[in-house]
Design a protein around this ligand. Structure first.
Ligand code: NHR
Ligand code: GAR
Length: 229
């Protein structure tokens, strides 16, 4: 829903308007760390992992953020896992759900329940290279520019409306790890931006399923790669 604040360009953040965010992780948690470091105008109500060994859980605990683990292997079906996860998120009163390296595909019922308040970051320039191993896919395709995308989550995997992208050059001698590290630096820049816009009521998904962003700023610079003399 487009709020009056978004339409009028008035952004409100703080006081009783402060929104709650729940962050879902599966692993390392470097995007979680970038979000926690960003001093966002909202409350991180909980960090939930589907893996007990996720390193991001310790990070959240060290910052005084509530954590929960829902191991998908303990549920009889994807639907049962999704329902338990949705209830756990709702118990924290989430206005926004942020997938930060969360590695379980979410079913239609889950996505519908959180429609318009569910964001993901994927390490490719979507719609290129959705799904698993996007850096390996990019290297195999021989693209010279790669990157990352923040999008609203819809039932179709990695195909939801795009909020922001960052591009990086692919170097001739890159391996998967080098390329992933170059992209990750940019993930840590664009995800806090997108989440901030949502929390400030400047970003929403319209009823037509399009992204609306107030105050987009000046046009960005082009990136050309390779540079060759
Ligand atoms: N769910 C929906 N409905 N739509 C999206 O766009 C989603 C989603 C759930 C997660 C993140 C995602 C990514 O950015 C994401 C986007 C997991 C897989 C996957 O294949 C694919 C994409 C993404 C996350 N998961 C396997 C599964 O069976 C498990 C893989 C594993 O455990 O390593 O769920 O890329
Ligand atoms: C990040 O690169 C993120 O974009 C990616 O996994 C990494 C998680 O790192 N997400 C996906 O591939 C989603 N399927 P992090 O745990 O350090 O944030």
């Amino acid at each position: 829903m487009m709020s009056d604040a978004l339409l009028s360009g008035r952004a409100s953040a703080g006081g009783s308007q402060m929104k709650s965010v729940v962050i879902l992780i599966s692993g390392r948690g470097s995007n979680l760390q970038a979000l926690l470091d960003a001093k966002l105008p909202g409350r991180v109500a909980a960090v939930i992992s589907d893996r007990a060994e996720a390193l991001g859980l310790a990070l959240a605990q060290a910052r005084g953020v509530a954590t929960a683990v829902l191991d998908h292997r303990r549920y009889a079906s994807r639907e049962a896992f999704d329902a338990a996860l949705a209830d756990e998120i709702a118990a924290h009163g989430a206005d926004l759900v942020v997938l930060a390296g969360f590695m379980r595909i979410l079913g239609d019922d889950f996505v519908r329940r959180f429609a318009g308040r569910l964001l993901n970051i994927h390490p490719s320039l979507l719609p290129l290279f959705p799904g698993l191993k996007p850096h390996a896919q990019a290297l195999a395709a021989g693209v010279k520019i790669h990157g990352c995308t923040v999008h609203f989550v819809t039932p179709a995997l990695d195909a939801g409306p795009i909020v922001i992208q960052a591009a990086v050059p692919v170097h001739g001698d890159d391996d998967e790890n080098e390329l992933a590290a170059r992209v990750l630096v940019q993930e840590h820049r664009i995800y806090p931006l997108a989440v901030r816009w949502f929390l400030e009521d400047r970003l929403c998904l319209t009823p037509e399923g399009r992204v609306a962003l107030a105050d987009e700023g000046p046009p960005a610079s082009p990136l050309i790669a390779p540079v060759a003399a």
